[in-house]
Design a protein around this ligand. Structure first.
Ligand SMILES: [Zn+2]
Ligand SMILES: [Zn+2]
Length: 158
């Protein structure tokens, strides 16, 4: 068996691929503001990713993916597609924290618009529970005239 032919000066195909992927990543990051989170200025490349400024990344991945699923498309494939299109605007470099925080906080990173305290969210849910309980009490005390649906407005007008 002949030894594997070196690929473009690399010892094997795997190393060539690694090189190409890394090159692509650097090109993509440079095209979108450099190897730095646009929000918190994180520079460690392992934390960084490309973020759709307006689009929901999940929707984009589902659209582009041959399987129609949310996963299996992104990263390398996205970078390659963007390079083919000449790195169109609409993307930015974000760290995973800011990227994730943004999706969970209505499109704004919690660094810029603090998310609501957990205790406040819990209190809101508890208030909803108390409200629902009142409606249920009202319904059970009016047997024969059971209300459908929930909420004060219907209970009060009945
Ligand atoms: Zn960040
Ligand atoms: Zn941030």
């Amino acid at each position: 068996m002949r030894p594997k032919k070196p690929k473009r000066g690399f010892p094997d195909h795997k190393t060539l691929l690694k090189f190409q992927k890394l090159q692509l990543k650097i090109q993509a990051f440079n095209a979108y503001g450099g190897c730095k989170c646009a929000c918190c200025k994180e520079t460690d490349p392992e934390f960084l990713t490309l973020d759709h400024i307006n689009l929901d990344g999940g929707a984009q991945r589902r659209k582009e993916s041959s399987t129609g699923r949310n996963w299996g498309w992104g990263g390398f494939h996205l970078y390659r597609k963007l390079r083919k299109e000449g790195f169109p605007p609409g993307f930015q470099v974000l760290c995973l924290n800011c990227n994730f925080g943004k999706t969970r906080n209505n499109g704004i990173c919690p660094h810029k618009s603090p998310s609501r305290p957990l205790a406040e969210r819990l209190a809101e849910l508890e208030a909803l529970r108390a409200q629902a309980r009142l409606v249920i009490c009202f319904q059970t005390t009016n047997r024969g005239h059971v209300l459908k649906g929930h909420g004060f407005s219907r209970a009060n007008t009945a």
